[in-house]
Write a protein that binds this ligand. Structure first.
Ligand code: BES
Ligand code: MN
Length: 478
């Protein structure tokens, strides 16, 4: 099946940035890999759908992707249903359930982030290519490559063992990258058929190549936007400069007031409910490879590290909350100078949260703080955005130990136990609605470039992920 597009513009301009030979390859994107396996062939088909959930022009591509997935799961002999939601479909598939066996739910998302800035991609984000042992495409790591490793691990087990040792439920959504707005109510409506003992998700990271990684925590999230309004329209800065407040200056002051100079968040009560790091975690993390300051400097390309005092950079990412500016603007953005006082300015903010912070309560505190610190002469509007709760579980629970064994088997190395800086808000919702905890079996490398140009996923991790899922089904059945 080919990816259809509803986008009137060409997705990739075949200009100077396109590498030589690219145009020849695009008709048949697999020929550049000498020994394409059926597994890679499936992954390439999956990756060719531009299933960008946030962009309504791609709604048809998201649906076509869900339909491809439904056909794939059906072909494996699973009872598969495509469920409509107010936006993008949910796909459910299950094997024959046998009374008394363990019930395992595997979740993934088939939607992807937008691809801009397109000119920074070496190859077309929706025409996957293999270079240097990695698959390059939007969604290769987040989450299609990791998700398909679940599917193909199950397919292989079904084929080799004429069945699965557990009652399996696949739950795949197309709205994760927009905050899963319809999934919680879907869970409530299908609570009985989704009942499970444990959940497995490969939608996180692996600390370094060949180092199997079990995640036992995720940060939460609270997003908002603040708009500062000054004069009724843009003003000549010579005629009125000095007489009225400048909204762009005011937003800079406001944003600066959110942090102390040393990097600590200055919002009142922000740290009140933060669960302190445990000593055993700090000790354990100090031995995890791939997450030292030098590694972070290399993977980010940043000239220096910066953040809350008293913690290592990795501790700050995995177990401390943050306040971030994701976008800021207002006033003249064009070439040269323009002497103007902008009528308004905006900032887009997000807060990464850790146990036991509550996103709604944090958003109230943030709104209150921004209103109280808004400089004189402008008006402020704070618009709350989507949010998600943080998550933490015991990596050495019965199921956690089963996951560690499966990781050891698949990678032939000792797993490390980490928390994740990123967010998958549905994980805590799963616990609240389905009563099950989640095993985070990350396969993306630190330089996977998720959400950015040149997203990539090693072929070797895809193959290890398939083995991991085979091993996991066996371990969870015990
Ligand atoms: N898979 C990521 C989250 C992730 C990546 C967690 C790597 C841990 C390690 C997920 O698709 C994602 O990007 N989530 C968003 C939140 C969502 C509500 C938009 C995020 O973390 O910003
Ligand atoms: Mn993801």
């Amino acid at each position: 099946m080919e990816a259809k597009t509803s986008d009137p513009e060409p997705k990739f301009s075949h200009g100077a940035l396109v590498p030589r030979g690219f145009a020849l390859r695009k008709a048949s994107p697999n020929v550049n890999h000498p020994s394409v396996t059926p597994e890679l062939d499936d992954l390439f088909s999956f990756l060719r759908f531009s299933s960008i959930s946030t962009d309504s022009r791609h709604a048809g591509d998201v649906r076509a992707c869900a339909e491809w997935l439904t056909a794939k799961l059906t072909s494996m002999g699973l009872a598969t249903e495509l469920h409509e939601t107010p936006k993008h479909p949910v796909v459910i598939a299950r094997n024959v359930h046998v009374e008394g066996r363990r019930n395992v739910l595997i979740y993934g998302h088939y939607d992807v982030q937008p691809v801009d800035p397109l000119e920074l991609w070496t190859s077309d984000p929706f025409k996957p290519e293999i270079r240097d042992g990695r698959i390059w495409a939007r969604g290769s790591a987040d989450n299609k490559g990791q998700m398909l490793a679940h599917v193909l691990g199950v397919e292989k087990t079904l084929r080799e063992n004429q069945g699965l040792p557990v009652n399996l439920i696949f739950l795949f959504e197309g709205e994760e990258e927009i905050g899963s707005p319809n999934l919680a109510s879907f869970l409530v409506h299908h609570r009985d058929e989704l009942r499970c003992d444990v959940i497995a998700i490969s939608d996180t990271g692996m600390v370094a190549p060949g180092v199997p990684t079990l995640g036992y925590g995720l940060r939460g999230l609270a997003c908002c936007e603040a708009i500062l309004r000054g004069p009724k329209g843009d003003l000549h800065s010579g005629l009125f400069g000095g007489a009225v407040a400048n909204p762009a200056t005011a937003i800079a002051r406001l944003v600066a007031s959110m942090h102390e100079l040393n990097g600590r968040v200055a919002i009142d009560g922000f740290y009140d409910d933060v669960r302190p790091l445990e000593n055993w975690e700090r000790k354990m993390w100090s031995r995890v490879p791939g997450v030292e300051d030098a590694d972070l400097l290399k993977v980010t390309g940043s000239p220096g590290l910066f953040g809350e005092p008293g913690y290592t950079a990795t501790e700050r990412v995995w177990a401390r909350p943050t306040a971030e500016v994701n976008g800021i603007g207002g006033g003249y953005q064009g070439e040269g100078s323009k002497t103007v006082i902008p009528a308004e300015a905006f900032v887009k903010l997000s807060f990464r949260l850790v146990p036991d912070q509550n996103p709604r309560q944090i958003m109230n505190r943030v709104t209150d703080f921004l209103q109280r610190h808004c400089p004189p002469g402008v008006e402020i509007e704070v618009r709350p955005g989507h949010d998600g709760k943080p998550y933490i579980t015991d990596p050495n629970s019965k199921y956690g130990l089963a996951a560690q064994t499966a990781l050891r088997t698949a990678f032939d190395a000792e797993p490390v136990l980490i928390r994740e800086g990123g967010s998958i808000p549905i994980v805590q919702t799963f616990r609240e609605i389905l009563g099950a905890d989640t095993l985070l079996l990350g396969l993306a490398l630190p330089d996977a470039q998720i959400h950015a140009p040149n997203e990539n996923f090693p072929v070797e991790n895809f193959e290890a992920g398939i083995r991991l899922n085979q091993a996991l089904l066996g371990e969870l059945a015990r």
